[in-house]
Design a protein. Structure first.
Length: 469
């Protein structure tokens, strides 16, 4: 036993690797496990520089799991995304159609809430001097005045100004949100149209609800921003994650949702090639496909694109083209961004999160370190990217795929390389972590990412567990 252990330590030393004390004691006690790991290490070209207990058990577990007959998880479907349905045409009429569709669907939600009283079209409200009315409109302007805020809202019949005092403006609307406004119409003076003295703003908002739970005892792992091809891709952290997936602790993980930027891409920003380890976009996806082969066969993977991926930059983004899909095995399915998924009866809204950049610019309290308020605002306004003409490019679809029709049980984004998890009105809100170390751009902006974090959600119990690799 002692000779075998010494030989193993020598084997590791030759490969520049070390064994932690707890892992050493474990292998000293468990002769069978020592034999297994020696076989695994001999056939494994890549070994972590420091093997701790988790590494040792993961490597042994992987060897055992390959011999184990596992159940396959495949109870998943895409309920809604733009893939195969895009009608985008770069014409003014197409953009108008997008906003009309947004208005119609969200105004229906607002009317169904039963909160707004005496709802009138703007054309009709202008004629009701002195009356208390509600109007539903899209925000076209928000400006601060000496005494408060003036908001311009418009519907298909016209535009009206709504004044809110500072005391009554508890939360400012964002441009291109659809809101309900309640207040009193001013008297018409001269040739000027009246305004509304606002009392209250109502957002479409999701209702309070209980999270749907799965009948199966199964979990989903949420990850994002792998950035394969980048010199800063954290391969060791990724390998620890994959080894954990083969462990007994992870045996109920049946699905992985990858929320975009799965590769680093080519030409996404100036001089990107200087930071790339793989300079060909197809080779980046080929490398990712090889990495995914190490994930247990029981797990079904859902992959959506992000702004670094090889799809159109304008949102909504369709799923990858067939030439990319063909690189992956049948255990990987593809959807657009955003996509409403249903996994084991649980509704999951997956969106890469590019519009978080816009929210950081206009919404107090939102940052790259903590984007949770942005995600909550998306649910409150029921639109993922409300602001046209900001940093997020939007495609002029006849149907606005950025509108949140169904209430999700889980809402996941990525993009900003931070990990946050919270709940809002019964919806689990997650910004998934990255697998990329700090980039030059992030260093210049004094931003430190939070990499290698996996949100594991138990769909049967509605519980979130945070795993760090």
């Amino acid at each position: 036993m002692q000779d075998a252990l010494r030989e193993f330590l020598s084997q590791l030393s030759e490969r520049g690797a070390l064994l932690t004390p707890d892992a050493f004691d474990y292998l000293k006690r468990e002769g069978d496990e020592l034999k297994k790991i020696r076989e695994v290490i001999s056939s494994n070209p890549k070994v972590p520089k420091i093997l701790d207990m988790e590494d040792v058990q993961g490597l042994i577990g992987k060897n055992v799991m390959k011999k184990r007959v596992e159940r396959k998880f495949d109870n998943i479907k895409v309920l809604r995304d733009v893939t195969g349905k895009s009608k985008a045409v770069a014409k003014v009429d197409s953009f108008v159609a997008t906003f009309v569709d947004r208005y119609n669907r969200l105004s229906t939600v607002l009317k169904g809430k039963g909160v707004l009283k005496n709802i009138k079209s703007i054309e009709r409200a202008i004629k009701l001097s002195g009356d208390e009315v509600s109007v539903i409109g899209m925000v076209s302007d928000v400006r601060e005045t000496r005494k408060g805020y003036m908001i311009s809202v418009e519907d298909p019949t016209g535009t009206i100004e709504v004044f809110f005092s500072r005391q009554k403006m508890r939360e400012k609307p964002l441009l291109d949100e659809v809101i309900g406004v309640y207040g009193k119409v001013s008297e018409k003076k001269g040739g000027r149209n009246p305004i509304i003295f606002g009392e209250n703003i109502v957002w479409p908002d999701i209702p309070n609800h209980s999270m749907n739970l799965s009948e199966e005892d199964v979990s989903v792992a949420f990850i994002s921003d792998i950035h394969v091809g980048s010199k800063t891709f954290l391969e060791d952290s990724w390998n620890r994650f994959v080894r954990w997936l083969h462990s007994d602790e992870a045996e109920n993980v049946g699905y992985i949702v990858m929320a975009g930027d799965v590769v680093d891409g080519i030409g996404v920003y100036p001089d990107q090639e200087e930071e790339l380890d793989i300079l060909d976009i197809y080779q980046q996806y080929e490398r990712l496909a090889e990495m995914i082969k190490d994930i247990p066969d029981r797990i079904k993977i859902v992959m959506i694109p992000g702004n670094h991926d090889f799809v159109r930059p304008a949102e909504p983004q369709p799923a990858f083209d067939d030439d990319i899909k063909s690189l992956f095995s049948g255990d990987v399915m593809f959807a657009g961004s955003p996509a409403m998924l249903e996994i084991e009866g649980v509704k999951i809204l997956a969106y890469h999160g590019t519009s978080i950049n816009d929210f950081i610019s206009v919404l107090p309290g939102v940052s790259y370190e903590d984007p949770s308020l942005a995600l909550i605002r998306m649910l409150k306004s029921r639109i993922l990217a409300p602001i046209y003409g900001a940093k997020t490019p939007l495609a002029p679809e006849k149907e606005d795929y950025m509108v949140i029709d169904d209430v999700p049980d889980i809402f996941v984004t990525g993009h900003v390389h931070s990990f946050v998890a919270s709940r809002y009105k019964g919806t689990m809100v997650i910004n998934a972590s990255t697998w990329q170390a700090q980039t030059k751009y992030q260093k210049l902006n004094n931003f430190k990412p939070d990499p290698g974090v996996v949100a594991v959600v138990d769909l049967h119990r509605g519980e979130l567990h945070e795993k760090r690799f």
